[in-house]
Design a protein around this ligand. Structure first.
Ligand code: ARG
Length: 407
């Protein structure tokens, strides 16, 4: 039975029902929470008695505990109303599925952001431990994937931590955007019932409240950028684990063998994270295409926000968990890293800067050093054990990052 059976004479064709049915089961606990808030509004307005409110609460608790049961309901909202039994017939006064679904999706995004932040912090802390161990391990820094200047592995790993710190900021922003409640907007124009607003921040405009999905886009954007970072990390692990680089050995608990080639150990986690970055940015582009040009207020097109939302949350959760295991157990080959860093040419810039200190204009110094490189006579400046770049070097960065990611 649909919620709008009073309007139409016949039941919905099976093919149509199948097509329209959104796969929204994951919203159930959030819709229960939003329904509990709405029930309090009805109670405050005298439209639900104390006893009826208690019945709603008990019903929602039962439904939440039972989880999703597929009984052919059109969507999760219909299922909750039906499973509330008789009291369910009162609960929809003063609301529409339009503000209901927006309210549930907002709670979902807030929760997904909180969960992602915890996971991002877990990865950052694992990296901080590795950065502390490798604070003084020399390695070549790269530009254009060509050896450029010496850095330390700790310094490089701390760059990854900085990326994650900004990801955390984007996830916090998305959570903030999701926070205002759309309840009270009804279908699009509120209702004639004198219900109090929901507690906390509320949306200002009822048309916007049911039409807006910016908070989903903000979440998908935060996930897409996060995945772009995980992908860059994954790519570096893949490159470093090649025999050609040999900077790192993959931990057996986070690498896979080949079904045919007995010698192989493959960086599947790093590769799949890199691949999922493509999918993550596709989800953002996809939803942007859905909302672009949609007339206000609500349209069923908006139902297309669910699949990317749920899939992003799952990918973020599983990718961060697996990558955290991988980085915690990477076995860095300090000898190979140091050997890769022993090429005197990595100090060519330092040699030019030594000439600058002695009064040579930089462009002349650059040309002079370049000529010695071409002639094969380049000598690094004396005492060129280089300090780690950056304000305060690795130690200060580590201390700041540790404070920033303190549990
Ligand atoms: N399944 C819908 C969605 O995800 C819920 C809202 C339906 N509202 C409506 N008027 N058909 O957006």
């Amino acid at each position: 039975m649909t919620l709008w059976a009073g309007r139409v004479g016949t039941s919905l064709a099976e093919e149509v029902r199948e097509f329209l049915r959104g796969d929204d089961a994951e919203l159930l606990p959030y819709d229960c929470a939003a329904t509990a808030v709405h029930a309090r509004r009805l109670h405050a307005a005298g439209l639900l008695s104390d006893d009826e409110l208690a019945q709603v609460d008990e019903g929602l608790e039962r439904i939440g505990a039972e989880g999703v049961v597929d009984e052919g309901d059109e969507d999760v909202h219909t299922a909750i109303e039906r499973r509330l039994g008789d009291i369910g017939r009162k609960i929809h006064a003063g609301r529409s599925r339009n503000d209901q679904v927006a309210a549930a999706a907002r709670l979902y995004v807030e929760d997904a952001c909180a969960e992602a932040i915890v996971a991002v912090e877990g990865l950052a802390r694992a990296l901080l431990e590795r950065a502390a161990e490798e604070a003084d391990t020399p390695m070549p820094g790269y530009t254009h994937l060509q050896r450029a200047q010496p850095i330390t592995l700790g310094h490089h790993l701390l760059a990854w931590v900085e990326m994650l710190d900004r990801d955390r900021g984007r996830l916090r922003f998305a959570a903030d955007q999701a926070r205002p409640s759309p309840l009270g907007a009804g279908a699009l124009a509120g209702s004639t019932l004198a219900l109090p607003p929901p507690p906390g921040e509320t949306m200002q405009n009822s048309v916007d409240a049911v039409a807006d999905r910016d908070f989903v886009l903000d979440y998908l954007y935060a996930c897409a950028v996060l995945f772009s970072h995980l992908s860059r990390i994954g790519e570096e692990v893949c490159v470093w684990a090649t025999s050609e680089f040999g900077f790192v050995r993959l931990p057996e608990g986070a690498a896979t063998g080949s079904s045919m080639m007995p010698q192989k150990l493959n960086p599947d986690v790093a590769e799949l994270v890199r691949g999922k970055a493509g999918t993550a940015l596709g989800r953002l582009a996809g939803l942007l295409a859905v909302v672009k040009g949609l007339p206000l207020a609500y349209d069923t097109d908006l139902q297309e926000d669910k699949a990317p939302l749920f899939a992003s949350r799952r990918d973020v959760r599983t990718a961060l968990a697996a990558l955290t295991v991988l980085v915690a157990e990477l076995d860095f080959d300090r000898e190979r890293l140091s050997a890769a860093c022993s090429d005197p040419l990595l100090y060519a810039t330092d040699a030019a800067e030594a000439l600058v200190l002695a009064g040579t204009p930089f462009r002349d110094a650059h040309e002079e050093v370049a000529a010695s490189v071409r002639a094969g006579t380049f000598e690094p400046p004396p005492g060129s054990a280089r300090p780690t770049p950056g304000p305060g070097g690795v130690a200060e960065q580590l201390a700041a990052a540790r404070a920033n990611f303190a549990a």
